[in-house]
Design a binder for this molecule. Sequence first.
Ligand code: PLP
Length: 525
Amino acid sequence: MSPDPDAGTGKADQVPESGSGPAATGPKATVGLDPAQLGLGDMDAAAFRRHGYAVIDWIADYLDGVGELPVLAKVAPGQIRDSLPVAPPVAPEPFETALADLDRVLMPGVTHWNHPAFHAYFAITGSGPGILGEALAAALNVNGMLWRTSPSATELEQLVLDWLRQLLGLPEGPRGIICDTASIATTLALAAAREQADVDVRQRGLTGRSDIPLLCVYTSEQAHSSVEKAAIALGLGRDGVRLIGTDPEFRMDTAALAEAIRADVRRGHRPIAIVPTVGTTSTTSVDPVAATADVRDEVAEELGHPVWLHVDGAYGGMLAVCEEHRWVLDGVDRADSFVTNPHKWLFTPIDCSALFVRDADALPRAFALVAEYLTTDDEDVTDYMDWGIQLGRRFRALKLWLVMRYFGAEGLVARIRHHVDQARRVAAWVDEHPDLEVAAPVPMSTVCFRARPRWLAGADEAALGDLNRRLLAGINATGAAYLSHTVLGDRYVLRLAVGNLRTTDERLDATCALIDRELSALRSR
Ligand code: PLP
């Protein structure tokens, strides 16, 4: 029996054709509707095909022309919401009407992360194969909570993670899980570290206990805030996070790390994890992972209990696909866990974050809890619900698999290498510019720089900060490019990150010219 008795019967075509648009209710509103909308079923195959082609055309046109749009949305807070009805439609609306509103109402409020001149934060690409992978995953709509609930989802996830491990030149051994974000991956890793501390938080919790010392996590002052957020979520608290100082190139000072750990031990605290970063958020500096692993080994031996080493390579880990840059992962083979995000620098649409763990039982030890209705008699399978907090899981592996197959290892390497070259090109341009200076080494595809113009010679940091803030605002206000900022010590600096596959050298030259123009404009003002 058809789930939709009206589908394809033509019944809907019999309603009067004098409808007055999508806002109307009652019979008139049915004009332009697909027949299936008036029954009980889903959009039927014919309508899906028609709207699907329109959506694919829309996406193809968007990606083709995105470079002509203003990168940064220029809307006032509340403007988008105010442009849409406050309540959901009572009657069905033609799909075309909603699609038209995407153009009319939503697009002005979209900041275009897929724009070739998007250089803020970490520039990324939702690539063609990745976008199509998202669509296919939505069509399958599987929930990979158990192996049984979709063996392909679980096994493809295991496979693509192993492919990724190989691409990054890491030795065999670690097992992985795809999370939504690195923030969640780091939270899972630190939960495993907390479990390893043998204080039975899983059963007894942290509250109401006087038998637990302060559990400490060590990361650098350049680390991403997700480490502290994980500590907040896990009840370790921000007080449990030690932000270790860095060297002049923003890399964790491992002597200071060892000292901080020993000082904590003397105070009766319990070190449970060290989190070095490969590609810090501000400058993409690379902490000396092997040296932090040495510290971890020494301390663990002294303490007589293990200390977890989690490496945050959310962005920078991907650089290791290029053999000549593989040094960035030196020492990662000694880590207990490692996260890197295909959605940052492997052209996979948000969200997709790969977490590798050395001990495949570590996450289940922290999280496995099987309700009766989820028990199965499957043996030798991975039930990913045991590896984290969430039960329901998207089929994220599909898009990553398509990205890897479409570009191939060679294609991925060439593209990432090109981004590094492009960043170096920008850095060289800044270096040569008499009124700009590079503010940090450029090991990856992000350039930190600032204006230090001759006409402000001798100005203090406050004045330079003010100038650079205005420079950034001026550049971004043009809509032609979008850059972000950071603060290094007391210096306010601009960040230009390369990571979009549509960023041509010509486009980058145009952005450099824009920076130059905006700086000149500031001078004349
Ligand atoms: N770690 C680093 C080094 C980052 O730069 C970022 C974000 O830019 C994150 C973690 C958080 O990533 P996500 O948005 O996947 O949680």
